[in-house]
Design a protein around this ligand. Structure first.
Ligand SMILES: Cc1cc2nc3c(=O)[nH]c(=O)nc-3n(C[C@H](O)[C@H](O)[C@H](O)COP(=O)(O)OP(=O)(O)OC[C@H]3O[C@@H](n4cnc5c(N)ncnc54)[C@H](O)[C@@H]3O)c2cc1C
Length: 380
């Protein structure tokens, strides 16, 4: 499989890099400290076309693929993983789900606003009692004429308090387990929607993670993203793509860790010379580079397969599992190379270390991803 990047892909990577370094990086540490949602960065990303990378041109998007999105996400996560996850959820979960599963009417109504960044998207699958096991979710959707009435709560919803549109999974058959779930698009301005608890987090602190409450919210049948009780496959297929986004996030964090570590190791003197002269430090840098190269190839492979319309579920799981574990390893080494300075907030590796942790948890924990990979092996 060749990984030569197209001119369009290179242009998006460079655009995202300039945006990340020029406009996202300067406020990242301060936003993290204040847990402040990166509204300006999200607005600017919309103006630059980074909110509609997967949306076809006819609906106002860039009409590019998952490789382009991955390249952009790496650059953004390299400076701020909170902006990174906000854009990843918007592009690879909310927008791509409506694009892949929505009717023509839904695409015309929602995709142009999502592509321009005028509207922000969220994805509501998890609940307090169902994370790794979405088939046990209980938020219910009951039929009422030509509408469904949604009652229940969704937990840990990224951007749930800033989103205009939510891709929502709700139970339409109480006795059918994972085969009793239906997918919908809902608008947060509709009566019956409210935001509950805002999570205080270890990392990605300026991204917003909230409980979303639905109290008798009426969603028209026209807003169904799946047939009745057919929602689980929409949820799982969409997560396959989302995992490429999180692998890209992990890769961006790893690159940031290496860049910061090289700079510090050249600068910091001990025993009369820069610590970069010591072989144990060099080995850490080399081990970080090895993991970055491997994660980049795995992520590009999964994205390429998805763009080619080929099966990519296991490859996306491999990429996300490897990259997220490697990001945590690299962040640990980056803190170690910085010594005491790495444990304090004056240097960004402290933030990278906290941000890396989530990549092994959301959109499929490491344990669940192993099950996805093993299932694919045993089917062969
Ligand atoms: C910051 C943040 C943002 C998030 N954003 C979103 C979002 O936008 N939308 C959304 O829908 N969800 C979101 N989530 C939820 C996230 O996807 C879940 O937290 C995740 O899927 C894990 O579910 P859980 O927390 O319920 O853990 P659990 O499922 O309770 O798992 C706990 C532990 O048990 C392990 N485990 C569970 N089942 C098995 C098994 N069968 N075999 C082996 N081990 C197992 C897990 O790997 C984990 O280590 C977010 C979470 C966080 C923290």
């Amino acid at each position: 499989m060749g990984f030569e990047l197209t001119e369009d892909e290179l242009a998006i990577r460079d655009l995202a890099r300039d945006f990340a370094r020029g406009e996202v990086a300067p406020g990242a540490a301060e936003r993290d400290k204040k847990e402040e949602f990166p509204a300006d960065a999200v607005r600017k990303a919309g103006e630059l076309g980074l909110m509609g990378l997967l949306i076809p041109e006819e609906y106002g998007g860039a009409g590019l693929g998952n490789r382009a999105l991955s390249l952009a996400l790496v650059e953004i996560n390299r400076v701020d993983a909170s902006v990174g996850v906000t854009l990843s959820v918007h592009n690879s979960l909310a927008s791509s789900c409506i694009n892949a599963w929505g009717s023509e009417d839904l695409k015309r109504r929602y995709l142009p606003k999502l592509a321009s960044g005028e509207w922000l998207g969220a994805y509501a699958l998890s609940e307090a009692g169902s994370g790794s096991d979405p088939g046990s979710l209980v938020c219910k959707a009951e039929t009422d004429g030509d509408a469904f009435v949604i009652t229940g709560s969704k937990a840990w919803i990224t951007s749930g308090d800033h989103a205009d549109v939510i891709v929502l999974f709700a139970r339409t058959d109480p006795d059918a387990g994972k085969h009793g779930i239906t997918a919908f698009v809902v608008e947060t301005s509709w009566e019956g929607f409210s935001v509950g608890k805002k999570e205080l987090k270890l990392g990605i602190r300026s991204s917003s993670t909230v409980t979303a409450n639905f109290d008798g919210l009426r969603v028209p049948r026209a807003n169904m993203l799946s047939d009745v009780n057919e929602g689980i496959k929409v949820a799982l297929h969409t997560l396959d793509g989302g995992r490429i986004g999180i692998a890209s996030q992990a890769l961006g964090i790893m690159e940031a860790c290496l860049e910061a570590s090289i700079a510090y190791a050249k600068e910091r003197q001990q025993f009369g010379k820069p610590i970069a002269k010591f072989q144990p430090i060099q080995w850490k840098l080399a081990e970080m580079e090895i993991r970055i190269q491997a994660a980049r190839l795995l992520t590009l492979k999964a994205a390429t397969l998805k763009d080619q319309g080929k099966s990519h579920s296991s490859e996306a799981a491999v990429a996300k599992l490897y990259a997220s574990r490697a990001a945590n390893w690299c962040a640990t080494q980056a803190v170690q190379i910085h010594g005491g300075a790495g444990y304090c907030t004056d240097f960004p590796v402290e933030r990278y270390f906290r941000d890396a942790r989530i990549t092994e948890i959301y959109e499929g924990t490491t344990e669940i991803l192993k099950l996805v990979i093993a299932r694919s092996l045993l089917r062969k």
